[in-house]
Design a protein around this ligand. Structure first.
Ligand SMILES: NC(=O)c1ccc[n+]([C@@H]2O[C@H](COP(=O)([O-])OP(=O)(O)OC[C@H]3O[C@@H](n4cnc5c(N)ncnc54)[C@H](O)[C@@H]3O)[C@@H](O)[C@H]2O)c1
Length: 264
């Protein structure tokens, strides 16, 4: 028996040029998926596609800004035309915005962060839903964040966008469940990627990289591959009775009241 979990399935992954999206693309390729990879950064996207082709997986890419509906629509059109349908979509593309106090919010930052982190997933879901409904099957995995569940893991706009994405996951799961389309989210904690590079660079400069992530129960930060495995589970058939859920992949961070003031 072939043990490849995504054999014969076609998947779109956004933000596949770096970090969690890149790791997910490689894992999905190893698990037999045919891939459509999208990213704003064409250079990084091409590099991932070339590497995946070397592993003999079926893959093509499309430079896409997920905050632009017409580009997402074209991505979905090209993907469904190439593979005759899409079984799974991973809405992973994301942007961090900046960190500012509630009295100093910038409209352009909020619009950009919501445009990518929320509307990106809204557009892919909107345009893939018709195809999946017709086939009466499909999975969507949204990459949210622990920042959408608690404060203290990002700026206001970023946290609010990820909370919106978690709720959009739930409402989409309810709207699409009757068509056998499952929608779930993963909520990563601190993961070493392009997005968190400034945090890691800062800690390294201070000689404190080993302290990063030490407030979570596993006492370390996570790697992109550890999130990719959770995405794989929610995208594939092994999670067939799970929908509308937001799964923390955070070393136990959200499970605890690990407050600095309570430590002796
Ligand atoms: N790294 C973490 O600690 C962490 C924690 C929680 C959630 N996340 C989420 O994980 C997801 C992946 O981020 P990452 O940490 O791998 O960061 P990353 O910066 O390494 O990768 C993000 C990718 O998204 C792409 N992207 C950004 N804006 C885009 C747009 N408008 N259209 C298309 N692509 C776009 C970037 O070019 C990049 O390749 C994001 O949604 C992020 O919010 C990350």
């Amino acid at each position: 028996m072939d043990s490849k979990r995504l054999k014969g399935k076609a998947a779109i992954i956004t933000g596949a040029g770096s970090g969690i999206g890149r790791a997910t693309a490689f894992l999905f390729a190893r698990e037999g998926a045919r891939l459509v990879l999208a990213d704003l950064n064409e250079g990084q996207l091409d590099e991932v596609i070339t590497a995946i082709k070397h592993e003999k997986a079926e893959v093509f890419g499309k430079k896409t800004d997920v905050s632009r509906e017409e580009q997402v629509q074209e991505l979905v059109r090209a993907a469904t035309a190439e593979y005759g349908g899409i079984d799974t979509v991973v809405n992973n593309a994301g942007t961090a915005g900046d960190i500012s106090d509630p009295g100093n919010q910038r409209k352009d930052v909020w619009e950009k962060v919501f445009g990518v982190n929320v509307m990106g997933a809204v557009y892919t879901t909107k345009h893939i839903a018709a195809h999946m409904k017709e086939k009466k099957k499909g999975t969507i995995v949204n990459v949210a964040s622990v920042a959408g569940m608690r404060s203290g893991a990002g700026g206001n706009a970023y946290s609010a966008s990820k909370a919106a994405l978690i709720n959009f996951t739930m409402t989409s799961a309810c709207d699409l469940g009757g068509y056998n389309i499952r929608v779930n989210a993963v909520c990563p904690g601190l993961i070493k990627t392009g997005m968190t590079k400034p945090v890691f660079d800062y800690a390294q400069a201070k000689g404190k990289e080993d302290k990063l992530g030490s407030r979570c129960e596993l006492l370390r930060y996570g790697l992109p591959e550890e999130v990719a495995y959770a995405i794989l589970f929610l995208a594939g058939d092994e999670s067939s009775y799970i929908t509308g859920q937001a799964l923390p992949v955070d070393g136990g961070n959200t499970a605890s009241l690990n407050l600095p003031g309570m430590k002796v």
